[in-house]
Each structure stands twice: as C-alpha cells, then as structure tokens.
Ligand binder design. Structure first.
Ligand SMILES: [Zn+2]
Length: 172
C-alpha cells in the first residue's frame, strides 16, 4: 500500500478534496523506474455521482530523471490533470474495461490506493526526449560517452538518435 489512499465510503454529498505531498519516499515502492526523484503534490477532487465516483487527480511539482545526453540529473516540471471514473461491480473481472481512466472495484470497496496511478501519471506527463536545454549538459560526460564505443547498444531507446532513425524510416 502506498500512502495515497482515498476513502470511498461515507463520502458526503458534493465534492471532497484530498491532498498528498510527494517526495522521494513516494518512489520507494515503484523503484527502478524512469523517475529518480520527485517533489510536489497530488490533489484529488472526489465526487459521488450516484452509483459511480468521479476523481479528478492533479499532480504538480518536479521530477528528477537522467538526462539522455549526459546522464546527469535533470529536473523536469510535472503538471498534469486526469479524470478517473470509479465504478463498482459484483465481479469486476467479468466487466470489459478498455478505458485506462476507468477503475472497476468490487461492490462495497471502502477505499482506493492511487499510488501506482499517480506514479503512472507522472511518467506519462514527461517528454519522450529527456535532455537538458542546449548548452547545459555536462560536456565531460557527453564526450566520454561519445568516445567509448563499448557503450554502443546500451544507449536507451529514447535517445535523440533513435528519433532520427524513425524520421529516416518515415521519409523513405
Ligand atoms: Zn544533459
């Protein structure tokens, strides 16, 4: 369980708000990902709409990732808002659900853990190419990477070069 637990039982009429601070400890559970650090907050507006519940989730802050070009720390702003629909069913596994933003829970579920969801939102909000602005990379590391040909094949798929390859393919 992460620390981002939203109660679903006993929601009073109208909209209820919840806020959670996000720091590096939030990532402990989701380790080894793209995001190495985070500083920000997740804000939820929860509203019961009859048989289902709407949750508007906004995440704001800063994420620390590795720069694709120089491999040094790179801080990227995070500012994303997603609308989630929570539905209930006696047998959720039997329900066809092809909407990423719809969550189906067993009837009577009293709370929902949105830690993984928030983590996914952060990852999805980051650009594919994670590089420092031109001229702000650590040139020492860049040239080291460039000279060491044994690094070939180990460069992550989302480097500027893989994008170039796709462009060349498209123009043919
Ligand atoms: Zn860089």
């Amino acid at each position: 369980m992460s620390e981002i637990i939203i109660p679903l039982h006993g929601l009073s009429k109208g909209r209820q708000e919840f806020e959670f601070k996000l720091d590096d400890s939030f990532l402990d559970e989701f380790g080894n990902g793209v995001v190495n650090g985070v500083d920000g907050a997740a804000h939820f507006a929860v509203e019961r709409k009859g048989s289902w519940i709407e949750i508007v989730c906004a995440v704001e802050g800063e994420a620390k990732v590795e720069c694709d070009r120089c491999l040094e720390d790179l801080y990227l702003p995070v500012d994303t808002e997603q609308k989630l629909t929570v539905r209930f069913d006696a047998d959720p596994e039997e329900v066809v659900n092809d909407d990423d933003n719809t969550i189906i829970l067993v009837d009577g579920t009293s709370e929902i853990d949105l830690g993984q969801t928030v983590y996914d939102f952060i990852c999805l909000s980051l650009p594919l190419q994670k590089v420092h602005p031109e001229g702000e990379c650590n040139m020492e590391t860049v040239s080291k990477i460039g000279l060491d040909s044994s690094m070939e094949g180990q460069i992550p798929a989302n480097t500027p070069f893989s994008g170039l390859k796709d462009l060349l393919k498209e123009s043919n």
